[in-house]
Design a protein around this ligand. Structure first.
Ligand code: VER
Length: 234
C-alpha cells in the first residue's frame, strides 16, 4: 500500500522509479556480496567472477539498447559514448585472464536469467522496458559504483587503474550532472500510464535479478572456497 501512496505524489518517472525501487535498493546493498564489498573484503577471485557476470549482463543490455536506439522510448536515454561498459569490461577481463578470457567465462544461473530477460525485452515488442534496465545499472554505476571502484582498487591492492576500467567513465566529467541530465531524459520519454506502470515493475524486477546474481555468485564462491580448503586439507 505504502509505495502506491508515495508514487502518487511524484509526477516524474525519475522520482517514481527511485521510490518504487527504494526497498529493492536497500536489499541489493545488503546482500552478503555487497556487504563484504563495502567492508573492503572483496577478494580477487570474487571480483574476477563478478566481472564475468557483468560482462554477460552488459553485453545483452548494450546490444539491445543498440538494436532499439531509435525507438522513441530508448532514443532519449541512449548514451553509448558516455555510458557503454562492454569494451571496458572486455579489457578488464583480458587484464585478469589473458587473451583467451572468452573461453573461461563462467556465470551462475541467475546471470543467464538476467540475460534472457534483457533479450526478451529488447527483441520483443516492449523495448520501453529497457529504460528500467538501463536506469538500474547505469545510474547505479554512476552512484554507489564510483565508491565501489575505489574500494576495489584498495582491497585488491591494484596500484594503477588496470583491471578497473569498468568503474571509469571517461565520457562523463561530472557524474552528478550527468545523472541530472539522464533523469530529465527519462522524464521526457512519452509513456502511457500502462507503459509507465510496466517500466516501474520492470525496474523492481531488474533489481531483483541483480540481487539473485549476487546471491548466486556468493554461493558459487563459497562452494569453490570450501572445495579449495578441503583440497588443501588432504
Ligand atoms: Fe546504489 N546507490 N548502491 N545500487 N543505486 C545510489 C544510487 C543508486 C550504493 C550506494 C548508492 C547498488 O548498490 C549500491 C542504484 C542501483 C544500485 C548511493 C546512491 C551502495 C553502497 C551499493 C552497494 C554496495 C546496486 C547493486 C544497484 C543496482 C544493481 C541506482 C539505480 C541508483 C540511482 C537512484 C536514483 O534514482 O537516484 C549512495
Amino acid at each position: 500500500m505504502e509505495p502506491r501512496i508515495r508514487l502518487a505524489v511524484f509526477h516524474d518517472l525519475s522520482d517514481q522509479i527511485k521510490a518504487a525501487t527504494k526497498e529493492n535498493h536497500f536489499r541489493a546493498e545488503n546482500t552478503q556480496l555487497m556487504l563484504s564489498y563495502q567492508k573492503g573484503q572483496i577478494t580477487l577471485q570474487q571480483y574476477k567472477v563478478l566481472l564475468f557476470s557483468l560482462y554477460e549482463i552488459y553485453k545483452a543490455l548494450e546490444e539491445e539498447l543498440d538494436r532499439n536506439s531509435s525507438h522513441p522510448a530508448v532514443a532519449p536515454i541512449y548514451f553509448p559514448q558516455e555510458l557503454a561498459r562492454l569494451e571496458l569490461l572486455e579489457s578488464d577481463l583480458e587484464y585478469f585472464f589473458g587473451q583467451d578470457w572468452e573461453k573461461r567465462v563462467i556465470v551462475p544461473a541467475a546471470t543467464q536469467r538476467y540475460k534472457q530477460r534483457l533479450r526478451k525485452v529488447g527483441e520483443n515488442e516492449n523495448p520501453e522496458l529497457l529504460v528500467a534496465h538501463a536506469y538500474t545499472r547505469y545510474l547505479g554505476d554512476l552512484s554507489g559504483g564510483q565508491v565501489l571502484g575505489k574500494i576495489t582498487q584498495k582491497s585488491l591492492g591494484l596500484s594503477s587503474k588496470e583491471g578497473l576500467s569498468f568503474f571509469s567513465f571517461p565520457g562523463v566529467s561530472s557524474p552528478n550532472r550527468f545523472k541530472q541530465l539522464y533523469r530529465s531524459r527519462m522524464n521526457s520519454v512519452e509513456l502511457t500510464e500502462e507503459e509507465k506502470a510496466a517500466v516501474l515493475e520492470e525496474a523492481v524486477e531488474a533489481f531483483e535479478l541483480n540481487i539473485q546474481v549476487f546471491d548466486d555468485l556468493q554461493k558459487m564462491l563459497s562452494i569453490a572456497t570450501e572445495t579449495d580448503q578441503s583440497r588443501s586439507d588432504v
